[in-house]
Write a protein that binds this ligand. Structure first.
Ligand code: FAD
Ligand code: MLT
Ligand code: ZN
Length: 489
């Protein structure tokens, strides 16, 4: 568990009292909507809200509120703002940067009860839903109507759409459907003083002044609480193909990507990279038969989505023939049915969970120009080896260094799988990794956000002027600073 060096509880925030709790209980009106650790020992019930998915960050929250309506969110925030009570909005708590976890005793506002799907327009594809809807449930709802939610990621079974929008999650199909900045058409959000910002536009075009909802996309709960969303969904493709390749070098992986864009063009819906280490670790943890017979230093997973399976398959076959005969790829397998599609995807989607198996992971979610993207994995590995921290035996904190990610979006997930979190390892990694990224004008947070993990490093990807403007916006929306304090802003 990380300690929080240099952070002290802000004394401007009030300590929770039984009187505060009584107000919330009276407001929310049902026992299950308040987990009260002030009047009773509720540590066990609160624990899941106090700890992140990676078991890396631990908070000291003693009160969890579960509002059931926008009006309740508004009343909670107005009261907290008046009484100087700090809050942390929480969705599915699958975030990977510690943003959804209180640092001290902030109140957790958990959005899971606000999970109604309000409407879906089968003509335009616009979906109106509460922020607390689970991503997979939303996708299932539109799938039954021939559409697809424009975001997909490994945590789909538990993350909320409100959490996705608050982190501006990218995921596995950004290549095809673009970022949430484009597909969120409308939003309802509650500001810290209780004001409800209603911008529930269901139409694609709306150029009427500043597009304020954009500020909440990726704000990580620092400006207000998102309560409802309108999301543009795309037509679901009836013909989906997935292929997985073994590749001898990173240079060849880039050539494969270039060829895939050229030859598969409009039907290409995902291009993901996994290195040999990531696949070896998944295999060690899960067992099972690996998709390809031999080991390769790199693997790519390609997905195509189109409307005519014969046409798509033909294109894919031609592409495969070309890249095999040119020796761009060394081996490959194409899924033959829906089950095999799921299996191939599981070798990619399963990495996040499997690499934590030995004790934990240092995660760096970065954007780097493609030509240099994988180089960082070699450099970091060499540094940790030189420092004597990487090895097969328990006296080494580091198990291995690996890279995978959304190659189609120049987004690499550099991960250092560890047996334990260790200050020596941290010192070797930081600020080295951030300096490395800065030199290449990359981004230190491609899609996971900054949260607590990267709060001290924003300056590697944003200049003083921009950070200054962000602070002004924060002060304008949240003058008392009660929204998700101690995090990046
Ligand atoms: P939480 O973790 O609960 O919260 C995340 C942040 O949003 C916090 O700062 C929180 O305060 C804030 N927040 C939550 N709800 C609201 C709200 N209603 N209003 C205001 N603020 C709110 N991310 C990617 O980008 N791409 C991936 O491919 C990807 N894959 C993942 C795979 C796994 C297995 C896991 C565990 C995570 C993955 N993630 C990925 C991380 C990603 O950020 C989250 O999965 C998801 O977007 C967060 O949603 P959540 O509901 O769990 O939010
Ligand atoms: C992914 O692409 O798998 C996610 O962003 C999670 C991770 O970085 O492990
Ligand atoms: Zn990712």
């Amino acid at each position: 568990t990380d300690s929080y060096p240099g952070l002290t509880r802000d004394s401007r925030f009030s300590q929770l009292t039984p009187e505060h709790v009584a107000y919330f209980k009276q407001l929310l009106g049902q026992d299950s909507a308040v987990i009260d650790g002030i009047n009773a020992d509720a540590a066990a019930d609160i624990e899941p809200f106090n700890e992140d998915w990676m078991h890396k960050y631990k908070g000291q929250c003693r009160l969890v509120l579960k509002p059931g309506s926008t009006e309740e969110v508004s009343k909670i925030l107005r009261y907290c703002n008046e009484k100087m009570l700090a809050v942390v909005p929480q969705g599915g708590n699958t975030g990977l940067v510690g943003g959804s976890i209180p640092v001290f005793d902030e109140i957790v506002i958990s959005m899971g009860r606000m999970n109604t799907i309000h409407s879906f327009d089968e003509m335009s594809g616009s979906l109106v839903l509460d922020a607390g809807c689970i991503l997979e449930v939303a996708d299932q709802h539109v799938a039954e109507r021939g559409y697809i939610f424009p975001l997909d990621l490994g945590a789909k079974g538990s993350c909320h759409v409100g959490g996705n929008v608050s982190t501006n999650a990218g995921g596995l199909r950004l290549l095809r459907y673009g970022s949430l900045h484009g597909s969120v058409l409308g939003m309802e959000a509650v500001l810290p003083d209780g004001t409800v910002m209603n911008d529930m536009c269901t139409l694609r075009k709306n150029n009427t002044g500043y597009d304020l909802k954009q500020l909440f996309i990726g704000a990580e709960g620092t400006l207000g609480i998102i309560t409802k969303l309108v999301v543009q969904c795309a037509q679901r493709s009836p013909a989906v193909n997935v292929a997985l390749f073994g590749i001898e070098s990173y240079e060849k992986a880039q050539r494969a990507f270039r060829e895939a864009k050229l030859q598969l063009s409009e039907i290409l819906s995902a291009f993901e990279l996994m290195d040999g280490t990531s696949q070896r670790l998944v295999h060690q943890v899960r067992g099972g038969t690996r998709p390809l017979e031999n080991d390769y230093p790199f693997y790519c997973l390609i997905e195509t989505s189109g409307s005519n399976s014969e046409h798509d398959y033909e294109k894919l076959e031609k592409f495969l023939e070309d890249v095999m005969s040119n020796e761009v790829i060394a081996d490959g397998v194409v899924a033959q049915d829906a089950t095999q599609i799921k299996t191939l995807w599981s070798w990619r989607e399963g990495i996040t969970e499997c690499i934590g198996h030995w004790g934990g992971t240092y995660k760096y979610d970065v954007s780097i120009p493609l030509s240099e993207m994988y180089l960082i994995v070699h450099d970091v590995k060499a540094r940790l080896s030189e420092a004597g921290l990487l090895g097969e035996t328990d006296d080494h904190p580091v198990v291995d260094v690996l890279g995978y990610g959304h190659m189609g979006d120049s987004n690499l997930h550099l991960n250092i799988a560890v047996r334990r979190y260790d200050k020596e390892v941290e010192k070797v990694l930081e600020p080295y990794v951030y300096e490395w990224i800065e030199k290449r004008q990359g981004s230190i947070s491609a899609e996971h956000g900054l949260g607590l993990a990267k709060k001290n490093y924003i300056g590697y990807s944003r200049n003083e002027t921009m950070i200054g403007l962000m602070k002004q916006i924060k002060t304008l929306y949240d003058p008392n600073g009660i929204m998700n304090p101690y995090k990046y802003i």
